[in-house]
Design a protein around this ligand. Sequence first.
Ligand SMILES: C[S@@+](CC[C@H](N)C(=O)[O-])C[C@H]1O[C@@H](n2cnc3c(N)ncnc32)[C@H](O)[C@@H]1O
Length: 230
Amino acid sequence: MAEAENKGNIRLIITDDGSHSLFVPALNETYHSFHGALQESRHVFIKMGLEYALNQKASPHVLEVGLGTGLNALLAAECAETYKISVHFTSIEAFPVDYSLAASLNYPKFIAHPDAEQWFEDIHRSDWHVDRPIHSLFTLKKLHTKLEDCQLPSSQFDVVFFDAFAPSKQAELWGMEILTRIVESMASQSVFVTYCAKGQLKRDLKALGLQVETLPGPPGKKEMVRALKF
Ligand SMILES: C[S@@+](CC[C@H](N)C(=O)[O-])C[C@H]1O[C@@H](n2cnc3c(N)ncnc32)[C@H](O)[C@@H]1O
């Protein structure tokens, strides 16, 4: 994705719930909903994804497409602590955010836990391609690679946070070839969540054998998608 590689002038913005996000002028795209980054991530990925999976899995293994600002990773670390469950979180990122920019994001102040600042720093500073404990119940493995080039293990992940840029900006990551590989990497009784609710995505996930649900989206967005693999 040539344009994303050239993220020149990427800048910090404040979304409607007071949480930060990033704007990429080259794509005319933000990392999160401008209606509220934090409330979007909490709703789509944590509530509808990770918390939902806890009904089925005691120690879920999450795959995230697009570590980005680390917001989803931070909220997943918070969730592990809140529910006292062990979470392993693998996150793929082709074009990491510079640490100086990441360090200025205000996400830790929205997390009640006293160690949230440290978790967030460790999420960004941890080495790539190795398991790194962020706290005693949350292990992060960051993969610095393009999703297209990544060998995904088979039948591994209990939850997929599919958080690529929108299909209109990055169609190649939403096509059947990538979705097939993602679905193959999902364990039985697993769940795929994304903020996108496009008809083509729903048809493709159905064609891959998933049970697709259209759920209410976060504030400001009508719908989102959750898809279940049995
Ligand atoms: C919508 S943002 C992700 C937001 C992130 N989950 C967060 O909590 O901030 C999409 C991310 O995908 C990354 N990305 C773009 N192309 C990619 C590719 N081909 N493979 C992997 N990641 C890619 C971008 O650099 C960006 O960080």
